[in-house]
Design a protein around this ligand. Sequence first.
Ligand SMILES: [Zn+2]
Length: 304
Amino acid sequence: MTLPIKSLALFFTLFYAAQALSGSHDNAFANITLKTTHVNGTVYMLEGVGGFAGGNIGVSAGEDGVLLIDDQLGPMSEKITAAIAGINAAKPRFILNTHWHGDHTGNNAHFSKHATVISHSNVRKRLMADQENFFGKSPAQPKAAWPLITFDQSLRVHFNGEDIQFTHYPNGHTDGDGVIYFPNSKVAHLGDHFFNGVFPFIDLDSGGNAFKLTENIKNIIASLPEDTRVIPGHGALSDMQGLRAYYEMLKSTTTHVQEAAADGESLEDIQFGGLPSEWTGWGGGFITQEHWISFIYNSLPVKQ
Ligand SMILES: [Zn+2]
């Protein structure tokens, strides 16, 4: 992602405007294409190119049909359908939502006529009610977008020869994040726990916390085999080496802000001083270094 924060906010605004004014939004998404990558085994990744399509989609395609992980922003529905058709003739039967954000759940209602949506219970709760966060207000989603099956800790979906593991990691990016792992294909989809190569967004208003996210990433790394291919919520396909580099950034930057705050520095002081220079390159995405420092600072249990 190379969009500045205002562009992302604009795309969210466009998305919600599109819900109310159907048909008037096509131009904003006209130039976006979906790149299909065969990750391994039964698993594919769909990634928006040329604009902000939403988060990366995971696709399991095989003898039982099609299962999706996340479904991007609403106006992407036809392009997603076309990309799936290029992999497998079947319509999606299951959609797993990694969390509630509209750039990952925007086509639940579109696909739910044929597909069953599954998520952590907090995702359903948040889709059923109005939300407000860093990006502004998100209205409650229509009933057709609500997950029909929810879980609190973990769940398995037995599909395409895989015992797909869907595991809750609490209070990292939000309070409802799930990580999906395909043990035969050795592919994991981390949702927005993982922004590849850039600082992540922490949704503090939805129960997210930078320190919990760091701890969760440590636990996720420990749970995955070394040859796992890793799909991030945003950014290019990665692997365990890429995930460890992300963890080193999280560990170092959260520790830096925590120690500075303990020394009595204010948020503004810490932002002025900046992060250790080895991490500043991670500010090239839509979360700037200043935002990232504020997310960490506001994740501290006791502020100075
Ligand atoms: Zn998100």
